[in-house]
Design a protein around this ligand. Structure first.
Ligand SMILES: NC(=O)c1ccc[n+]([C@@H]2O[C@H](COP(=O)([O-])OP(=O)(O)OC[C@H]3O[C@@H](n4cnc5c(N)ncnc54)[C@H](OP(=O)(O)O)[C@@H]3O)[C@@H](O)[C@H]2O)c1
Length: 250
């Protein structure tokens, strides 16, 4: 059984926690008593987010496309907390890029955040995860690549790479008791998605295609993240959980 008590005083690291799904992860982890270290690029937004989250939230400005800033973020966590119990690789860029418009710069930019930062952040936190008790990593992917949606070739190339990364890291770190899992959310009604992309027609399509007849929000993904981090999931590693209201069946 999952017991929220096990999270009290644990150290969680979340990439991209100033808004969207990552922010709800931070809210949830603070709520169960974790000390939560999160980063983003926009420091004003990040500090505001930390203020809203309360005293257990610790903001650090970092651009995860820059390897030295990933190192600096991990060093900050080491100096402040001395260990990491849980790492949630979340920040990504979901730019819609028509394949015929794709450039080298797009490829590099998307790889640097959506996949390379997952690898480098995990590497930078490895010693800290070894010192922690939680020993759990959760990587955030998407169902988008499973459907092969358009125009998302570069996004989906990076997000599907998270599957191979998750499985291989789970295998490599399993002997040390570190578990690595992945969540693939469907279309999540974040502020940004609602502002930029989601139409009334999209909502009707989702409700028609999903098994459950409510739109999926970040607050529906967070409990799954918490479960994968928890000791209740001690038998799960290298796995991918889809959270999309039952739209895609694996
Ligand atoms: N929303 C969805 O429908 C959906 C569906 C499936 C999967 N996902 C996945 O869920 C995760 C979160 O998505 P979201 O929609 O919640 O994203 P979001 O609303 O765009 O938020 C992204 C967060 O990451 C930060 N960030 C962006 N670029 C960064 C960088 N280079 N360095 C450091 N931080 C950076 C942003 O802050 P700054 O801009 O200030 O840096 C923000 O805090 C992603 O992995 C995404 O692929 C989302």
């Amino acid at each position: 059984m999952m017991d929220a008590v096990e999270f009290a005083g644990k150290v969680a690291v979340v990439t991209g926690g100033s808004e969207g799904i990552g922010h709800d992860f931070c809210r949830t982890l603070c709520g169960v008593g974790c000390e939560v270290y999160f980063c983003s690029r926009n420091a004003d937004k990040g500090r505001l987010a930390a203020k809203a989250l309360g005293a257990r939230a610790h903001y650090y400005q970092a651009d995860l496309t820059a390897p030295d800033q990933i190192q600096a973020f991990a060093a900050h966590v080491r100096e402040s907390a001395g260990r990491v119990d849980y790492l949630i690789n979340n920040a990504a860029n979901d730019d819609r890029i028509k394949f015929s418009d794709l450039t080298v710069e797009d490829c590099d930019r998307m790889w640097a955040l959506n996949l390379r930062s997952f690898l480098l952040m995990s590497r930078a936190c490895l010693e800290l995860l070894r010192r922690g008790e939680g020993k759990s990593v959760v990587n955030i992917s998407t169902t988008n690549y499973m459907f092969g949606l358009s125009p998302f070739t570069v996004y989906n190339a990076t997000k599907s790479g998270i599957l191979g990364f998750t499985r291989s890291l789970a295998r490599e770190l399993g002997e040390e008791g570190i578990r690595v899992n992945m969540i693939s959310p469907g279309w999540i009604m974040t502020e940004k998605q609602l502002r930029k992309y989601v139409t009334e027609e999209d909502k009707q399509t989702l409700l028609r295609d999903q098994c459950v007849k409510h739109l999926i929000e970040a607050k529906h993904v967070s409990p799954v993240m918490l479960f994968l981090l928890s000791s209740a999931a001690c038998a799960m590693s290298g796995q991918n959980l889809v959270v999309d209201g039952g739209r895609y069946f694996q």
